[in-house]
Design a binder for this molecule. Structure first.
Ligand SMILES: *[C@@H]1O[C@H](CO)[C@@H](O)[C@H](O)[C@H]1NC(C)=O
Ligand SMILES: *[C@@H]1O[C@H](CO)[C@@H](O)[C@H](O)[C@H]1NC(C)=O
Ligand SMILES: *[C@@H]1O[C@H](CO)[C@@H](O)[C@H](O)[C@H]1NC(C)=O
Ligand SMILES: *[C@@H]1O[C@H](CO)[C@@H](O)[C@H](O)[C@H]1NC(C)=O
Ligand SMILES: *[C@@H]1O[C@H](CO)[C@@H](O)[C@H](O)[C@H]1NC(C)=O
Ligand SMILES: *[C@@H]1O[C@H](CO)[C@@H](O)[C@H](O)[C@H]1NC(C)=O
Ligand SMILES: *[C@@H]1O[C@H](CO)[C@@H](O)[C@H](O)[C@H]1NC(C)=O
Ligand SMILES: *[C@@H]1O[C@H](CO)[C@@H](O)[C@H](O)[C@H]1NC(C)=O
Ligand SMILES: *[C@@H]1O[C@H](CO)[C@@H](O)[C@H](O)[C@H]1NC(C)=O
Ligand SMILES: *[C@@H]1O[C@H](CO)[C@@H](O)[C@H](O)[C@H]1NC(C)=O
Length: 484
């Protein structure tokens, strides 16, 4: 008879053997703790070889990046993997030698790049560091953008991503295109936003709150063009002004998105994202796509976002094959210093159509919004001197924001949503007169600001061409809604 203690012993022995038997990249020629181009090239090759070996081993299908060591690498591309685990206990550092010919000179690619996989797991207590700093600066100064994403999975199913820390991706952190049955749990995504801010300031792509330099555009002078804000700003207590001086708005998004899924059946939970761009952005599918013609059935919950540009749907441009996103739930999300928090965005386009339907945001709390915490309408992106989407960062102070009648946004529910200590108006809900958004329902949606204390509560949403209802607890009350 087995005693429980013996059973435990046997189990832990089995556990121990399977760890020892895994395919350590060291056994495939990896060179740890070496910054050279040669070592990084060898490490990419070692990881590709270890993944291939794991993919053909009957009972041990784990590739191990050993603890306590760092490995520089370029692109690791592996296709058609089945039931393979990449366990990172040490540190993977994408090479920051951006002039190396090991990097592709164009096209979409990633440092960890998997296509047509099934049953792929990325896990471990280690870190995958994109070392994006030099890439970001290169894009700002040259406008040439051939950055890698940190991870791409394309046409993959049955994916699990857990426990890892993803930092400073040159571009998106997890780009998941045409995927199905995905669980992402307990990961951290962290971008050094202090460094991004310095780069943006240095290059003039940052609007400071207040500037002593007369030639520089600042928010105080811009907002003062609006009589309402002018009056409020005049009443700011000096100590609050000091705090606000630290704030500003990036006008040049560096596209360091967190998780961008496109596909169906996705659960994202217990993630912690600090990234200066979309935290999670659900992208649309259309009729030409594998797995599904509409991105759908995703839950994103129990998560924390700092300095993000939103839990986002989109952007969704119209498409001849009907771009579509439906049945997405964001629940129990806490935001700190969001630049945007709840964000649904269409994109310009003159042909085709799009659908965004049945999106729910429930039990959401945010503090210190830096810009409008709620935005449902055209993507707001217009860099000084360019057309962008045509919708100004400073809308409605700058009254430029063409709306999109080809993308129907319907059945949007906000339930138990509160934002406190913001500095701007609560939100923008902006449809087109020929095709108003319909079926919006707000219950207990509140927003309060510090900019002028009680004044901000009076300052309402911009709300145009949206049919919706709000309950008695919803304050301020979107002026184009009805009580319900
Ligand atoms: C992995 O194994 C599958 C078959 O089980 C095969 O089709 C595929 O090409 C393999 N992929 C790699 C990268 O070895
Ligand atoms: C960076 O890449 C260039 C071009 O391949 C190469 O000449 C140079 O030696 C590399 N630098 C380092 C530090 O490896
Ligand atoms: C979450 O990830 C961290 C870092 O890898 C790890 O220490 C912790 O045990 C994980 N938590 C759970 C519940 O798996
Ligand atoms: C929706 O996704 C979940 C996984 O997040 C899955 O368990 C469920 O079966 C999916 N629902 C449908 C209708 O496919
Ligand atoms: C999120 O991650 C950041 C950076 O690693 C850390 O400082 C912060 O404490 C974490 N927050 C939560 C709520 O887990
Ligand atoms: C997707 O396909 C289903 C089944 O063919 C169809 O009913 C639905 O209208 C399609 N959706 C879109 C957005 O094209
Ligand atoms: C909400 O999410 C946080 C993590 O951000 C978690 O600690 C808490 O348990 C969650 N609450 C519920 C009711 O699930
Ligand atoms: C409302 O959301 C907060 C989190 O923001 C949560 O703590 C609270 O339990 C929720 N209330 C209800 C009635 O669901
Ligand atoms: C509404 O859509 C029509 C057709 O695209 C466009 O001409 C018009 O400018 C839009 N209205 C606004 C206010 O953007
Ligand atoms: C309304 O939202 C606030 C803030 O999240 C919460 O404390 C309160 O319990 C909610 N009230 C109801 C009736 O859900």
């Amino acid at each position: 008879m087995f005693s429980p203690a013996l059973l435990l012993l046997l189990l832990s022995a089995a556990c121990c053997c399977s760890v020892q038997a895994s395919h350590s990249i060291d056994d495939y020629g990896a060179v740890p703790n070496d910054l050279s181009e040669k070592a990084a090239t060898a490490n990419s090759a070692a990881m590709v070889a270890a993944l291939k070996a794991a993919n053909t081993t009957a009972n041990d299908r784990t590739v191990l990046v050993p603890p306590g060591k760092s490995y520089y690498y370029f692109v690791v591309r592996s296709d058609y993997l089945q039931d393979v685990t990449l366990q990172v206990e040490g540190v993977l550092l994408a090479s920051n030698n951006i002039s190396s010919s090991q990097w592709p000179s164009d096209g979409t690619y990633a440092t960890l790049w998997f296509q047509y996989c099934r049953g792929l797991t990325l896990t471990g207590s280690g870190t995958i560091d994109g070392q994006g700093y030099d890439w970001w600066w290169h894009v700002i100064v040259t406008d040439v953008d051939h950055r890698p994403h940190l991870v791409i999975m394309e046409q993959c199913s049955d994916i699990l991503i857990t426990n890892l820390r993803f930092i400073d991706s040159p571009q998106f952190h997890l780009k998941l295109d045409h995927i199905m049955n995905v669980v992402i749990r307990n990961i951290t995504i962290f971008v050094d936003i202090g460094k991004q801010k310095n780069l943006l300031q240095k290059s003039g792509n940052w609007i400071p709150f207040k500037s002593s330099n007369k030639n520089e555009l600042d928010l105080v002078s811009l907002l003062s063009r609006d009589p309402y804000y002018k009056e409020m700003l005049a009443k700011l207590p000096p100590e609050l002004e000091k705090i606000l001086e630290a704030l500003g708005v990036p006008t040049f998004p560096l596209n360091t998105d967190g998780i961008d899924p496109r596909g169906k059946n996705v659960l994202i939970e217990n993630v912690n994202i600090t990234n200066f761009d979309d935290a999670v952005a659900v992208k649309p599918c259309n009729q030409g796509d594998p797995f599904t013609n509409c991105s759908q059935n995703m839950t994103i919950r129990n998560s924390f976002v700092a300095y993000g540009v939103g839990m986002t749907i989109g952007s969704v441009p119209p498409n001849g094959g009907v771009n579509c996103v439906k049945d997405i739930l964001f629940e129990n999300i806490t935001f700190e210093h969001p630049i945007k928090a709840l964000y649904i965005k269409s994109n310009p386009g003159d042909s085709g159509t799009g659908i965004v339907d049945s999106i729910t945001f429930r039990n959401i709390h945010g503090k210190y919004p830096l810009w409008y915490p709620i935005w449902i309408g055209p993507q707001q992106q217009k860099q000084p001197g360019t057309t962008g989407t045509g919708c100004s960062w400073l809308y409605p102070v700058q009254d430029e924001c063409p709306t999109q009648p080809r993308v129907a946004i319907t059945n949007i529910v906000l339930d138990n949503v509160s934002f406190v200590d913001g500095v701007t108006l609560p939100g923008v809900l902006l449809g087109n007169v020929t095709a108003p958004y319909t079926g919006f329902k707000f219950t207990n949606v509140t927003s309060q600001g510090v900019l002028a204390g009680e004044f901000l509560v009076q300052q309402n949403y911009v709300c145009k061409n949206v049919q919706g209802t709000g309950d008695k607890l919803t304050t301020p009350f979107p002026p184009c809604f009805t009580q319900g």
